[in-house]
Design a protein around this ligand. Structure first.
Ligand code: BG6
Length: 518
């Protein structure tokens, strides 16, 4: 398919403000569960990038907390992580001064008495480095520790700001069903006010996800057609080629619906479907998102399908089936693929099917949203007039590529030049982030960490939102738990998932778009 590229001029880029007003005030970030992968792979590289672009305060400290007794090796390990996962030159002189800000404190998360020592340590660092009272507690631990950590911070008086800003960032999974999410919300809100709570979904930190709102609400031409009168259906795909990557025990309890659909995919859906918020303030944006989720009627169990990969070939490599992965039950009934058909019953979307799917070990890594528009009311160019190399006349399709090849494409029919008749061929008008801006997007955590330090909750989940999305999926999870899947594994690694996912769309006269990416 032919493609037209778009590029942003250097003049336009030079007009963009780079916001030094977004530097948080001096403070300490405390990372619980600091010896885990997330800290090394994502959090520290993101913090270092913020430092590189001058968005961290001069007086700033990062304290890693975990059970293992670690000394200076912690900072050395973080340094390695920044170089390896942040793509940073090991000889960058800023790395040395940044690493001076990193220290470690050993604590068992359920050792209530130990939190007094942590408080004393934070006070000591603050006095020594002239750091003010702002604190951000980041919970990157296994979920069973969320409650003890929060309660102990409360008992030690660390949750309430004396003068500064105190917040708590909580990683997913935020509960494993509606009841557990409610309970966790109650426990967290018993200690921290909702305005201090930052439930993180790293998808909201992705530039391309935020760009959905800019695309819709900073441009006048799309909104008038962004509704049931013009849109036929919407597909959201979060496809991964990776398997469970050594996270077997975690994944066994999660599965694709809990791990990705209930959170990441539903966030994407809310950005596509929400009404324009009155401002980009946290309350306005989050209120509109919850309204979308609340407009989704209960999803019949028949409108959700699950799959599990068997062995296959992914990116040219032979891979084992899910049941043969490390630390996975050889008879596991956990789904590695889930697809759902749902509707958003409001005036904008009534009658428009939304198809969602997420899976591991699929054919291609691609997270995409495709908005398929209705066909023109009358097709005056019939099939006989199609150019020989083109398929049948295709409806307009707007594709938002979240990752990789970040960008947006609009497919439309064009006249094939020099053809003797009116031959039509689909072409793409394509906006490519990297080509247009000459930069690849950040890892998502940079923006979210900065926002949390600044107390901006716009890109974080509100308790109402989390409970609403869990409420939608809990009946499906319960039905699945009650009935073992009969035919697992039901798709080969390296394919687009099980046949039942195709049938889910066929019932509505639709087909998954598998031609993802550029
Ligand atoms: C995480 C899930 O939240 O998101 C993982 O736990 C998944 O299983 C990951 O692989 C996908 O994130 P991304 O940014 O790679 O699309």
């Amino acid at each position: 398919m032919a493609t037209v590229q778009m590029k942003v001029s250097p003049e336009d880029l030079s007009q963009v403000p780079h916001g030094s007003e977004r530097v948080p005030s001096p403070g300490i970030m405390v990372i619980f569960g600091a010896s885990g992968d997330l800290t090394k792979r994502k959090l520290l590289p993101a913090l270092f990038h913020l430092e590189q672009v001058g968005l961290l305060p001069k007086q700033f400290a990062i304290v890693g907390v975990a059970r293992r007794p670690l000394g200076d090796e912690f900072a050395a390990d973080m340094r390695e992580g920044i170089v390896e996962f942040g793509g940073v030159d090991a000889s960058d002189p800023r790395l040395e001064s940044f690493i001076q800000k990193v220290s470690y404190y050993a604590l068992s998360f359920d050792d209530a008495a130990g939190y007094g020592g942590l408080k004393a340590e934070l006070d000591r660092i603050a006095t020594e480095k002239g750091i003010g009272p702002d604190r951000l507690f980041y919970l990157a631990t296994a979920p069973e520790y969320f409650t003890p950590i929060v309660e102990n911070l409360g008992i030690q008086g660390m949750a309430q700001p004396e003068h500064g800003r105190v917040g708590v960032v909580i990683e997913k999974p935020f509960g494993h069903d509606l009841n557990s999410a409610r309970e966790l919300n109650q426990q967290v809100n018993a200690v921290f006010h909702e305005s201090q709570v930052f439930r993180i979904d790293h998808y909201l930190g992705k530039e391309t996800v935020q760009n959905i709102l800019v695309f819709r609400f900073a441009n006048g031409i799309f909104e008038p057609i962004w509704n049931r009168n013009y849109i036929d259906h919407v597909q959201i795909t979060a496809a991964e080629t990776l398997g469970v990557e050594g996270r077997g025990p975690f994944y066994e309890k999660a599965g694709a619906l809990r791990d990705v659909v209930q959170n990441h995919v539903m966030e994407l859906l809310s950005f596509v479907a929400m009404e324009p918020p009155s401002s980009f303030e946290a309350d306005s944006v989050r209120r509109e998102k919850v309204k979308v989720w609340r407009a989704i009627p209960p999803v019949p169990v028949l409108n959700a399908v699950r799959g599990q990969y068997g062995p296959g070939v992914v990116d040219g490599q032979k891979v084992v089936g899910y049941r043969d992965e490390e630390r996975v039950n050889p008879q596991s009934g956990t789904e590695t693929f889930a697809a759902v058909r749902l509707s958003v019953d409001n005036w904008r979307w009534a009658g428009v099917p939304f198809y969602l799917r997420a899976g591991k070990r699929l054919k291609k890594r691609a997270t995409e949203i495709s908005i398929q528009f209705k066909q023109p009311p009358l097709l005056i160019f019939n099939r006989m007039q199609m150019a020989a190399h083109c398929q049948e006349i295709q409806p307009n399709l707007l594709t938002i590529r979240i990752q990789p090849d970040e960008g947006i494409a609009l497919r439309f029919g064009a006249k094939v030049p020099s053809a003797p008749e009116m031959s039509v061929c689909p072409v793409n008008m394509d906006f490519d982030y990297a080509a247009a801006f000459g930069t690849s997007s950040a890892n998502g955590y940079e923006r979210l960490l900065l926002d949390a330090m600044l107390g901006d909750q716009t890109l974080f989940a509100h308790r109402d939102g989390v409970e609403t999305t869990w409420g939608l999926y809990t009946p499906i999870l319960q039905a699945w738990a009650a009935k073992e899947p009969e035919v697992f594994p039901n798709y080969f690694a390296g394919t687009w998932g099980p046949d039942c996912a195709d049938r889910l769309l066929e019932q509505g006269g639709h087909k998954w778009r598998n031609n993802l990416g550029k």
